[in-house]
Design a protein around this ligand. Structure first.
Ligand SMILES: NC(=O)c1ccc[n+]([C@@H]2O[C@H](COP(=O)([O-])OP(=O)(O)OC[C@H]3O[C@@H](n4cnc5c(N)ncnc54)[C@H](O)[C@@H]3O)[C@@H](O)[C@H]2O)c1
Length: 273
């Protein structure tokens, strides 16, 4: 259902790989709410994934870019303004990747070259993206920039590995740049800390299915799905949240405020028998 919350707005969605991707759902909802958008992902992901299918369906041009490459990011902002015929109102950073997780290196046996890549792809790319946009003055006054995070930034979650450090940095960048961009241009920057979600990146996390089940049992209103996350992103892009900035917003069915739930306790008791 559309409420025209993004009527007349222009946005850029980074990270829609396939229809499980959180960014895919956000792109669909943004267009449904009246926005015009461009899509971006790595050249390899565009070739191998189904981003083209989404672009066709939403009439959204695709601009391939490696989010660790500043020149690529500048091109995304320049071309998006041309193609969408004006400055950008909202941006979604939905990007994450850890070579250490992929290669099953444990946190006490990290490869530091790979750690640099984890931080660059999953966190510093957010800084590069915002800096590129600001230098080009590509974002409208009151615009909204979002990245997706996870509670492992604050609390140790088994198996999340060096992605936890990347998410801490990501959330810090939202605060540090949120101050500067807000003060100078009224642009707000936030992160949404999402429930475990079954996606390509999510499935790479060791023990993801159990983590998902545990979070579901712990959360009073259950895990937030990718569709739920898309709805939250739309509200954050809209003018209804003009004074929300520099926040890490938990979107997790209440998980982050729980210590122990009856459902998780029952599972624990059953497991001891
Ligand atoms: N799935 C979960 O459980 C979960 C929970 C909380 C937060 N998140 C976060 O949500 C975001 C989206 O992940 P998802 O779960 O939708 O998985 P996904 O695999 O669909 O999306 C990850 C995207 O990152 C892109 N990417 C990787 N390296 C890149 C690079 N160098 N440049 C540009 N793009 C690059 C991939 O191509 C892919 O499109 C990530 O930041 C992830 O950490 C996911």
């Amino acid at each position: 259902m559309s409420n025209n919350l993004l009527a007349g707005k222009r946005g850029i969605i980074f990270g829609a790989l396939n229809e499980m991707s959180i960014a895919w759902k956000v792109a669909e909802r943004a267009v449904e709410e009246g926005a015009k958008i461009t899509l971006s992902n790595t050249p390899l992901a565009v070739r191998m994934g189904t981003t083209n299918e989404l672009g066709g369906k939403l009439n959204a041009p695709i601009i391939p870019a490696d989010a660790t490459n500043v020149e690529d990011l500048k091109t995304v902002f320049e071309q998006s303004q041309e193609l969408l015929d004006g400055k950008i109102d909202f941006v979604l950073h939905s990007i994450g990747m850890s070579p250490n997780v992929r290669k099953k290196r444990t946190y006490d046996d990290l490869d530091y070259g790979m750690l640099n890549t984890t931080l660059d792809v999953s966190a510093i790319s957010f800084h590069k993206m915002i800096q590129a946009a600001k230098k080009l003055d590509a974002i409208n006054e009151g615009g909204s920039i979002l990245a997706l995070s996870y509670i492992a930034a604050q609390r140790t979650m088994v198996g999340y590995n060096d992605m936890a450090d990347a998410k801490s940095l990501l959330e810090s960048i939202a605060r540090s740049f949120g101050y500067i961009y807000g003060r100078e241009k009224g642009v707000r920057i936030n992160t949404i800390s999402q429930s475990p979600t079954i996606t390509t990146a999510g499935s790479g996390v060791k023990g993801m299915e159990n983590l998902y089940d545990f979070a579901e049992r712990m959360s009073p209103v259950g895990n937030a799905s990718a569709d739920d996350c898309a709805n939250y992103c739309i509200v954050m892009f809209s003018d209804l949240t003009k004074k929300v900035t520099m926040q890490n917003l938990f979107h997790d069915g209440g998980f982050s405020s729980m210590g122990m739930s009856a459902a998780a306790m029952q599972q624990f008791i059953d497991g001891k028998k």
